[in-house]
Design a protein around this ligand. Structure first.
Ligand code: DAT
Ligand code: MG
Length: 148
């Protein structure tokens, strides 16, 4: 089953949105396979966003990610990478649809409260970086009520 890496950024944690965000993924029918609250080092944040290292906003992005604890998660389910991105909404909250997490709770691109992997391959890479111990080994008993 497909997995994705979801991270609630420091502003999402500070603003008390952890429960609300987890709730949306849970109610959708996805399964939580990893969860931790963690403040990361600069070098770790730079590694996570290494593909963006040439962008002019990279420095500010790294400062933001290390500014407080984040909630790192693994979520599992059918098409969870693409559907997770839909639940999160467009990168710039000014363009995120209402009903998405960023559309409902964020205003600026540099404070967009949540990260989600953009492809199955980047999810695999990000899960490996954030959860070297691997995902939790459990199966939800709701499975037959969510999948046919
Ligand atoms: P996403 O987080 O939607 O996958 P991304 O991977 O392109 O978006 O960029 C990572 C983060 O960097 C994004 O959540 C917010 C920030 N960012 C992206 N584009 C930006 C820009 N033009 N100005 C400022 N911050 C930006
Ligand atoms: Mg991205």
């Amino acid at each position: 089953m497909e997995q994705t890496f979801i991270m609630i950024k420091p502003d999402g944690v500070q603003r008390g949105l952890v429960g609300e965000i987890i709730c949306r993924f849970e109610k959708k029918g996805f399964t939580l396979k990893g969860l931790k609250l963690q403040t990361v080092e600069r070098s770790f944040a730079e590694k996570h966003y290494e593909d963006l290292s040439k962008k002019p906003f990279f420095g500010g992005l790294v400062e933001y990610i290390i500014s407080g604890p984040v909630v790192a998660m693994i979520w599992e389910g059918k098409n969870v990478v693409a559907t997770g991105r839909k639940i999160i909404g467009a990168t710039n909250p000014a363009e995120s649809a209402p009903g998405t997490i960023r559309g409902d709770y964020a205003v600026e691109i540099g404070r967009n409260i949540i990260h989600g992997s953009d492809a199955v391959e980047s999810a695999r890479k990000e899960i490996g970086l954030w959860f070297p111990e691997g995902p939790a080994n459990w199966q939800s008993s709701l499975h037959p009520w969510i999948y046919e």
